[in-house]
Ligand binder design. Structure first.
Ligand code: FAD
Length: 559
């Protein structure tokens, strides 16, 4: 268990270290040289120095026993520093996950203690040239080596592609097909036949080493099969998705805020047409405010999911991890892209950093499952809930938010409820018209689900903040009034998006006739969704004032 105080101290040491060792000039040089600063990565992982690894290792193996909430906080902070370094440091966490969830007691003791004591760097070797999103297409094989009638070890053959830390890791977990199916193996650097290519020349996260791996008759003893039973690999990979996707979600969040936090101060100093850009509403309300709202919606979802994972009673929360990753990585990318625009020509150059942040954060919609795979995962799972509850799943959630709205009319719960009711109606029309036979409809539903669920989360978070009940470790950048305003901005966007885009896709797939259209529009609550937009500009003004430190505290009215 990590206390809020310890976490705060760890985050502070991380920030202080970055300030000293990784100023902008150094980050820009390393990015231009396409170089992974291995000495810095090792310093961060060294138990006698920064020891970031210790946060994630259970106490019984010499770590600090951090949970998902701690991981999210550290990942966000790391991403704010540099997403390449964040990837290099956190690859150990990802790479050792198959051990954490699937290893035998002896394997856990050996490897997790070694990470804690020696600061071992790991890589996670799942992806192959022919198996990316579709890991079922795995070609790497692990053939049994028999001795005296028992399995003494395995010979591994195959290739891995795009492996973070691939060229620098001390240990790699490798997914390979055994006779009984995909399984994870622990392969150490220097094993005979185990080689890596030159680092990839990437668009972003150039401070992270990414390399292809080749395994030619690499022999490992049988005790390197994680869990000691063949065929558990895909289940073990699935078991950590909730967690690992949350990490990448936090990367998206950190990257997005890192960019906005450059654009905001820049715009207070840049004078155009006689006044700072920060005072131009057409600037702030396009390039800053909506991105802050989306990022905070993603944060609310990340924090709720992290708390549920840490509570430990609901399984691996894969779908929630997918929603968090999807929302935060898409919002992070949009925020970074807007930040380039916000700095104009300067934003387009290396020196001002937002261009680098934008290239870096781009990876978050690709690795650990692309956005499209996230849309599919989200949609398939929630589709089952829709069917199981005879269409009531999202109506029920909407009713809970209506009850919240009655208690806290200022937190945007009313508009979030409109989004969820509309979502239930869109899904029901899709069921009646059998529209999920169109893959595009299935994936678009994934997007609408993510927006509607995140709107609910942010409204709940704003209510918790108002009641003084927010988790002690949670971010407190915004006070209750500001969070409520951010929530109202986002909930309006979500409601409009779900209702209008839902209508678009249902109609586009032939799920509603011209004669039924007016009725469908009513069932989506379109008039109410449109009415809920009232007050949007004033809320955006308020959020802008908060972001630019122009407010005195206020209590905000109901939307
Ligand atoms: C910098 C970097 C670091 C990485 N680090 C690691 C690592 O440490 N370990 C590791 O194992 N892997 C790692 N990866 C691999 C990463 O997880 C994969 O790149 C990712 O899962 C996508 O696989 P792919 O590249 O083969 O793309 P593909 O699966 O070929 O996808 C290409 C495009 O098609 C879309 N698509 C795919 N399938 C479908 C479908 N069924 N329906 C609709 N659209 C679809 C995708 O969304 C994507 O837009 C890394 C990748 C990069 C670039």
């Amino acid at each position: 268990m990590i206390t809020a105080k310890t976490l705060k101290l760890s985050l502070k040491s991380l920030k202080d270290f970055a300030k000293k060792r990784l100023p902008d000039e150094i980050l820009i040089q390393l990015d231009e040289r396409d170089e992974c600063p291995l000495e810095i990565v090792r310093h961060m992982c060294d138990p006698d120095k920064l020891g970031i690894q210790l946060l994630f290792i259970p106490e019984e193996f010499g770590g600090m026993g951090g949970g998902a909430f701690d991981v999210y906080c550290v990942c966000e902070e790391m991403a704010r520093i540099d997403l390449g370094i964040a990837t290099a440091v956190l690859a150990t966490f990802l790479g050792s996950d198959p051990i954490t969830v699937g290893a035998t007691a002896e394997q856990k003791k050996l490897w997790l203690s070694r990470i804690a004591e020696e600061g071992l760097l790991f890589a996670y070797g799942a992806t192959e040239p022919e198996a990316g999103s579709d890991l079922g297409n795995l070609r790497t094989t692990a053939d049994r080596v028999m001795q005296d009638g028992r399995v003494a070890g395995y010979k591994i053959n195959g290739n891995k592609q795009w492996i973070s830390n691939g060229g620098v890791a001390d240990v790699c977990t490798v997914l390979a097909n055994t006779p009984a199916g995909p399984s994870w193996f622990i392969v150490e650097k220097g094993a005979k036949g185990f080689t890596h290519d030159e680092p990839e020349d990437k668009h972003g996260i150039r401070l992270s080493n990414t390399a292809a791996l080749a395994l030619n008759d690499v022999y490992v003893d049988a005790d390197r099969l994680i869990g000691g039973v063949e065929g558990q690999g895909l289940n073990q990979a699935q078991a950590v998705f909730g967690y690992t996707r949350l990490m990448v979600a936090a990367f998206g969040l950190g990257g997005g805020w890192a960019a906005l936090d450059r654009a905001i101060p820049y715009s207070t100093k840049r004078i155009q047409a006689g006044a700072p850009l920060s005072e131009k509403q057409g600037y702030t309300h396009k390039l800053i405010v909506p991105h802050a709202a989306r990022l905070e919606a993603a944060r609310a979802y990340i924090e709720e999911t992290a708390q549920r994972i840490d509570a430990g009673s609901e399984g691996s929360l894969n779908t929630e991890g997918a929603i968090a990753k999807y929302m935060a990585s898409e919002a992070g990318n949009a925020a970074a892209e807007a930040s380039i625009q916000a700095l104009g020509g300067y934003g387009y150059t290396h020196e001002y950093m937002v261009e680098k942040i934008s290239r870096d954060v781009r990876i978050t919609t690709i690795y650990e499952g692309t956005s499209e795979i996230m849309e599919m995962t989200i949609s398939r799972d929630r589709w089952q809930l829709h069917l199981k509850t005879r269409g009531q799943h999202y109506h029920d959630q909407a009713r809970e938010l209506e009850a919240l709205h009655a208690r806290h009319p200022e937190v945007g719960a009313g508009a979030a409820a409109l989004a969820l009711h509309a979502l239930a109606e869109v899904m029901e029309k899709a069921r009646l018209g059998r529209l999920t036979r169109y893959q595009h409809i299935l994936l678009r539903l994934g997007e609408l689900i993510a927006f509607a669920e995140c709107a609910g989360s942010l409204a709940r978070r704003a209510a918790l903040m108002a009641e003084g009940k927010l988790e002690e470790k949670a971010s407190r950048r915004f006070d209750a009034a500001a969070l409520a305003a951010l929530s109202r901005v986002f909930a309006r966007e979500a409601a409009l998006k779900v209702a209008e885009e839902g209508l678009r896709w249902v109609a586009g797939a032939g799920g509603v006739s011209v004669a039924e259209m007016a009725l469908f529009e009513t069932s989506l609550g379109l008039p109410a969704v449109h009415q809920a937009q009232a007050g949007l500009i004033s809320d955006m003004d308020y959020v802008a004032d908060v972001l630019y430190g122009r407010t005195t505290k206020r209590t905000v009215q109901a939307a």
